[in-house]
Design a protein around this ligand. Structure first.
Ligand SMILES: O=C(O)c1ccccc1NCC(=O)[C@H](O)[C@H](O)COP(=O)(O)O
Length: 262
C-alpha cells in the first residue's frame, strides 16, 4: 500500500466518525459558512510572483518540519511577504494540521486560503467552507471522474475555487472539466518521495489554457520558478522551503524579492 492509499483509508474512517458528531446541516450554521470567498485563481492571474505558501508542520516524506510556530504568525508573515495565497494542511495524523489552523489563519489574513486536505466526501467541502477556506484541493489519484465533477460543482456552488491535482497524464486526461479553476501538477513521486519539476514541464502543454497552471512541491529556488513560468505556470505551491526556517514569512519575503530581481 503506498502512502496515499494509507492516508485515504484513514481519512475514510475519520470522515465517517466526524459525520456522526457534526451533521452537514450543523456545518451550514457555522458563522464562517457565510464568509465571502476570494478567488485564488484570480489572484494568481494578476500576480507576478504566483507564490502559494503552505503551513506544514510535518509530512510523510520529511517527518517533522517545524512544530514550534503559531499559525497566525505564519499566516500574517506570509501575507505581509506578498504571497498570493496560503495553503493550510488540515490533516492531523500525517501532517500535524487541523481545522482550527484554518480558522486561526482565516481570522488573521484576507488573502485566499486553500484547505489542503484529502477530500473523499462532499462533507469535507462543507467543512472547508464552514472553517473559512476559499479554495479546496481535489486529488485526481483518489477520485473518479464522476466524484471530481460532483465535488467541484458543489464547491463552485458554495463560491469556492477548485485546485485539481495530478501526478501524471492519465490523471490529467480523466479530470479536465469546466468546474475546475486551477490544474496543479505535483512534483513529488508518492512512491519514492523524490521531487522533480520535470513532470510539471512534461504535462504543461496538455493543460488547456482556460485553467491556471500550478506547480506543486519540491520548489526551493527562484530559478526553478523562472523556468516553470516559461512553461506557462502561474502558481507555485511551496511548503517545506519556507516552513523549515524559524520565520517562514521572512523567508517568503526574501524569496519574492529575489524572484522580482531576476
Ligand atoms: O509532503 C509530503 O510528504 C506528502 C506526502 C504524501 C502526500 C502529500 C504530501 N504533501 C502534500 C503536498 O502537496 C505538499 O505539502 C505541497 O505541495 C508543498 O510541498 P513542499 O514544498 O515540497 O513542502
Amino acid at each position: 500500500m503506498n502512502i496515499l492509499d494509507k492516508i485515504i483509508a484513514d481519512k475514510r474512517n475519520e470522515v465517517t466518525l466526524k459525520k456522526q458528531l457534526i451533521s452537514a446541516q450543523d456545518l451550514e450554521r457555522y458563522p464562517l459558512f457565510g464568509y465571502k470567498t476570494n478567488s485564488l485563481a484570480t489572484a494568481l492571474r494578476n500576480s507576478s510572483s504566483g507564490i502559494i505558501a503552505e503551513h506544514k508542520r510535518r509530512s510523510p516524506s520529511k517527518s517533522v518540519i517545524n512544530q514550534d510556530l503559531n499559525v497566525q504568525d505564519v499566516a500574517s508573515g506570509y501575507e505581509n511577504a506578498g504571497v498570493c495565497g496560503m495553503s493550510v494542511l488540515t490533516d492531523g495524523k500525517y501532517f500535524g494540521g487541523s481545522l482550527d489552523d484554518l480558522i486561526l489563519a482565516r481570522t488573521s489574513v484576507k488573502m485566499p486560503l486553500l484547505r489542503k486536505e484529502f477530500i473523499i466526501d462532499e462533507y469535507q467541502i462543507l467543512e472547508a467552507k464552514a472553517h473559512g477556506a476559499d479554495v479546496i484541493l481535489l486529488i485526481a489519484a483518489v477520485l473518479t471522474r464522476d466524484e471530481i465533477k460532483a465535488f467541484s460543482e458543489l464547491a463552485k456552488s458554495l463560491g469556492l475555487d477548485v485546485l485539481l491535482e495530478v501526478h501524471n497524464l492519465e490523471e490529467l486526461e480523466k479530470s479536465i472539466m469546466p468546474s475546475l479553476d486551477m490544474l496543479g501538477v505535483n512534483n513529488r513521486n508518492l512512491k519514492t518521495f523524490e521531487v522533480s519539476t520535470e513532470i510539471s514541464k512534461q504535462l504543461s502543454e496538455k493543460i488547456p489554457n482556460d485553467f491556471v497552471k500550478v506547480s506543486e512541491s519540491g520548489i526551493s529556488s527562484v530559478e526553478a520558478i523562472k523556468d516553470l513560468k516559461n512553461y506557462g505556470y502561474q502558481g507555485f505551491l511551496i511548503g517545506e522551503n519556507f516552513m523549515k526556517t524559524t520565520d517562514p514569512g521572512k523567508s517568503a519575503a526574501q524569496f519574492i524579492q529575489e524572484l522580482n530581481a531576476l
